[in-house]
Design a protein around this ligand. Structure first.
Ligand code: PNS
Length: 162
């Protein structure tokens, strides 16, 4: 039986995109025919980078993947997925601590849209402790973020905190 090409959505805040996110994007781009990295708009928490900056950094750093696009979404993720006709939601799991929240979110999304599958992938082990939150904190306090984020993001972080 021939299967239709699978569109996967990788949602998140990406404030900013890290090498862990990019590792996951690269892995997913080898599995799914099309991958849309979807940045949440209008989140309650006040981000370090404006939505436009986060999208720009993602576009810059995913340019080499022909089947990867960057978009933004608002409201319920399942509504966006439905609008895009996506079959998969992609989320990364780094450590056991991620699991509980991710499980709740995946099951709630399944209740809202049973046709949509959440697929969890693991980033490379060297990124298993990495988060945007820690990257922002490191940058603010003058620590080095080399190797944790792409060079273009490192440069923008430097500008943000000086
Ligand atoms: O990078 P993050 O902050 O962990 O991403 C969380 C995100 C954007 C995936 C999540 O907050 C989300 O999907 N928000 C949209 C609203 C929604 O659909 N919530 C889930 C209902 S359980």
């Amino acid at each position: 039986m021939a299967m239709n090409p699978v569109l996967a959505i990788y949602p998140g805040s990406f404030d900013p995109v890290t090498n862990g996110h990019l590792d996951l994007i690269e892995r997913a781009s080898r599995i799914f025919e099309r991958l849309v990295v979807a940045v949440l708009r209008n989140q309650d928490k006040s981000p370090m980078f404006a939505l436009g900056e986060r999208v720009e950094m993602l576009r810059e750093t995913t340019r080499l993947f022909p089947n990867v696009e960057v978009d933004t979404f608002d409201g319920l993720l399942v509504d966006y997925a439905r609008k895009m006709d996506a079959r998969v939601l992609l989320r990364g799991i780094r450590a056991v601590s991620d699991y509980e929240y991710e499980l709740q979110m995946a099951l709630m999304n399944r209740k809202l849209e049973p046709q949509l599958e959440t697929v969890f992938m693991l980033p490379a082990v060297e990124y298993s402790y990495l988060s945007s939150h820690l990257v922002r904190e490191l940058a603010r306090l003058g620590g080095s973020v080399t190797g944790l984020v792409p060079a273009a993001v490192e440069q923008r972080l430097r500008v943000k905190v000086t």
